[in-house]
Every structure is written in structure tokens, then in C-alpha cells.
Design a protein around this ligand. Sequence first.
Ligand code: NAP
Ligand code: GLV
Length: 312
Amino acid sequence: MSLLLSGRWPDAERDQWLSLLRAALPGETWLLSPPGDPGQAAEVEVAIVANPLPGSLNDLPNLRLIQSLWAGVDRLLQDQTMPAVPLARMVDPAMNEAMAQTALWAVLSLHRGFFDLQEQQRAGLWRQPRQLRAAEWRVLVLGLGELGGRVAQTLAVQGYAVSGWSRRAASLVGVDCQQGQAALVPALARADVVVNLLPLTELTQDFFNATSLAAMKRGASLVNLARGAHIVESDLLTALDSGQLSRAVLDVFVHEPLPDGHRFWTHPKVTILPHCAAQTDARSAVAVVAENLRALRAGLPLQHLVQRERGY
Ligand code: NAP
Ligand code: GLV
């Protein structure tokens, strides 16, 4: 049997993955692109994928597991041709740590006005901002899973007044955990900054639209570290232009790379990151892959399985 490594990445990045995977899983046979030959296709037991092209995993009759190297599986689930075998996603403490760093940087920069100070410097202005304590700054984290949970706790440790919102009840030290639709609008209305770490599903697409942006506290900021399609981009621009929102820190976009000429590029209230809030760290992620492969072969429970019907 063989393992298929498939993704949309530069050759150098693929080669780095392959060499780390070979070291973690010695003796395996690897394929680097979906096989055209039916004999080879019948040999593929597991597909290890990073944002693969739609349709690239069908015609693998003996496939037993799809292991995503990405945490978010929205694009995989949109591929109607994906075989109905177990799908596992990437969960790695190194990724959680990277996400917590990005969220902390964004929240701290908003709280202390550091983005505005960068603009002041460009304008040659010397103006000292008002200094609030962290406890006077309310943060709402949407999604309290692997990433959102770690982010909420990191911010709470820094002294921020942190609330979190998820589908089911959650309990996190130092975090006021809310759940369900009824809790959403009051939570949005209280927060000085909202950090989005929801998965992209049918229920969360266009989550930030004219209605929910209007429900946010006037002058609040939005940090989107999850998926671009959580936001109706034109509604966000309207909210920023009207002063309803003070700033948006955006790591993810409806179209990536963000197209040339998009208004976000030059908007004075938008800070852009190139989808780098928390990249998969191949050095630790290969151990996650290896563990699931061993579990599969030993007939043990697989880790981090996606529930396809709920979309994450
Ligand atoms: P996760 O562990 O599956 O957690 C998802 C959280 O969202 C859970 O708390 C879940 O609630 C909540 N949720 C889901 N649907 C909801 C709904 N309709 N209403 C309210 N809460 C809902 O996911 P994760 O590992 O934290 O990852 C989150 C997302 O981050 C990924 O899907 C991906 O899009 C994004 N991401 C971005 C980057 C980047 O670099 N920008 C990197 C990695 C991942 P329950 O606990 O009740 O199920
Ligand atoms: C990155 O966005 C991921 O989902 O891992």
C-alpha cells in the first residue's frame, strides 16, 4: 500500500514535508501526485493533503483516511467528489501557540493604540494616547475550539476581560463562556474587540454582515483569523467608513492572495496579514500524521476526526 502526499504548494515546501514524513514514517511508499494509473491508484491507503485541487482524491478505491495538514477543512468539504472516508484535520499545539501569538499582538496593538501610532509617525505627529488597563478592555473570542480556546486563555492571562462564544457550553479558566444564538448580540455589543476563530460552515458563512456589524459596540474592532468568507467584505468596508468599526485586522480573505486593487490594501483602518496567523509547523505536524496512521493500521480510534454533517 502507499501514501499520497497532495497539495498546492511550492516544490521546496512539498520536499520539506516529504523528508520529515519519511523520517517519521520509515519504510512507506510515497506518491506525490494523484496517480493516473488505476493499479497505482488502488494502492493508495491514506491521502495526506494540504488544500488539494478539487477532484484530486476521487478514483482511489482503497482509500481509508484523508489526513488534512490544515486545521480548517472547509475547502475539502466543499469538494463534492471527496470520497466518504474518515477525514482528520490538523490539531497541533505549535499551531495553537502561533495563533495565540497573532491574536495577542492584534489585541494588544488595538488596546494600546499602536496601529494608530504607526499612522501618527507617518504623519509626523507627536500625540500621546490614553492608556487603558487590560482589564478595562473587553475581548470577545468567537469559537472556543483548539485555536479559539487557546487564544481566549492567553488573553485572559494577560489580564484582558475575555468572553468567549461557541455552539455548545464551554468552560475555560478566566473566560466568561457564552453559547447559543441568544447570547451573541449582547456579547457583540459589549466587546471592544472581536476575534473570530469560528470554522467556516453553512451556519457561519457571512457571519459578519451589515446586521451583526451594526450589533457591535460603536468604535469596536474586528480581528479575523479564521476564514475570509466569514465576512461580507463590502459590509465591513461600509462599517469602517461610517466609523461603526474603528479597525479591522484581517489575515484571511474571500479571494487569496488578496487581489491587486482591493480596497482593503489601502484602507487606513485595515491591517492586512497574508494568511499567516498560524501556519502548520511541519516539524511537529508530522508526528500528528504518523500517530493517526499507526492508529488506523492498529484499528485504534483516529484523532481529530471531522464531523462532516456539522462542517468542522
Ligand atoms: P475547532 O477546534 O473545531 O473549534 C471550532 C469552535 O467554533 C468550537 O468552539 C465550536 O463550538 C465553534 N463553532 C462552530 N460552529 C459554530 C456556530 N455555528 N456557532 C457558534 N460556535 C460555533 O476549530 P479550530 O481548530 O479552533 O479552528 C478554527 C478555524 O481557524 C479553522 O476552521 C480555520 O478556518 C481557522 N484557521 C486559521 C488559520 C490561519 O492561519 N488564519 C490557521 C488555522 C486555522 P463547539 O465547541 O460547541 O463545537
Ligand atoms: C490554515 O488556515 C489552516 O486551516 O490550517
